[in-house]
Every structure is written in structure tokens, then in C-alpha cells.
Design a protein around this ligand. Structure first.
Ligand SMILES: [Zn+2]
Ligand SMILES: [Zn+2]
Length: 144
């Protein structure tokens, strides 16, 4: 059974600011603009689309700065970087255990919650610690 629902475990910009401070990183207005662009963003944006959203508000922010913030947040485990075969890394502020629906035509990505994937403790000698499932097909818009 597949259930699509809105993520509940997303950080607020205030929480991300605190996480950054706790790591001894300076919270600049540019970084805060990146936090705001990510929060409640269920589209799994690329760095480029985060950059586009940020520069709409603050034109001076460089793509390099956006990448740096995304990489810092990924390293801290606050967001996930995903390779979904859509041509560019996608960033996911939903760190709940979930899987993804990927449109093979337009690259749209949606979260999907399915029964947990069971992985044998040791499969072919691999010590498995995570598993993700990608469902590929056409999204609602691309089917018409
Ligand atoms: Zn589509
Ligand atoms: Zn996701």
C-alpha cells in the first residue's frame, strides 16, 4: 500500500540557524535565505533551483554559496542529498525514512511512504545500513 503524505519532520529556518551556530558556523543573511528556500520545500530542489529562489529575494547570493550551505547541511544530516537519475543532485529537507516517486519525463520528485524495506543484515558480504526505493514513471501532469 502506497501512501503519499506531507512530511512532518522538516526543520524550521530557526532550527537550522541554531544547528549552524552549534557547529560554530556563522549564520549570515545569505545562509538564512538558503534555509528559508529549503524549508517546506517538498520539490526536492536542485542547487540551481534553490539558487533561483534565493536570488529572487537576495540577488547577490552566488551559486557557490548555495552549494556550500547545501553541503554543510548535508554533512550535518539536516538534509539529504539524493541521486535520483534526473541529471543533478536533489536536496531533501525531509529526513524522515521515506522513498521517492520520480517522473522520468519532467524530473518531478515526490515523497512516498511505503512499508519499510527489509534488508538482510549481511547481504553478499555487505554491511548494509540504508536502503532507498525509487519508483519511476510519469507524474500526474505528464500523463495527460
Ligand atoms: Zn512529469
Ligand atoms: Zn524526499
Amino acid at each position: 500500500m502506497i501512501v503519499v503524505r506531507v512530511a512532518i519532520d522538516m526543520r524550521t529556518p530557526t532550527e537550522l540557524t541554531e544547528v549552524f551556530r552549534a557547529q560554530g558556523l556563522k549564520v549570515t543573511p545569505q545562509r538564512e535565505a538558503v534555509f528559508r528556500a529549503l524549508v517546506d520545500n517538498g520539490s526536492h530542489p536542485t542547487a540551481e533551483s534553490v539558487h533561483a529562489a534565493v536570488t529572487a529575494e537576495m540577488p547577490s547570493v552566488s551559486l557557490r554559496t548555495v552549494y556550500q550551505v547545501l553541503n554543510d547541511l548535508t554533512r550535518m544530516g539536516e538534509i539529504h542529498a539524493l541521486e535520483l537519475g534526473t541529471g543533478a543532485a536533489r536536496f531533501d529537507p525531509n529526513v524522515d525514512a521515506h522513498h521517492h516517486l520520480v517522473c522520468t519525463r519532467c524530473g518531478k520528485v515526490r515523497d512516498v511512504y511505503v512499508e519499510p524495506v527489509t534488508v538482510p543484515a549481511s547481504a553478499a558480504g555487505f554491511a548494509v545500513d540504508s536502503a532507498e526505493v525509487v519508483f519511476r514513471g510519469l507524474c500526474d501532469d505528464c500523463q495527460t
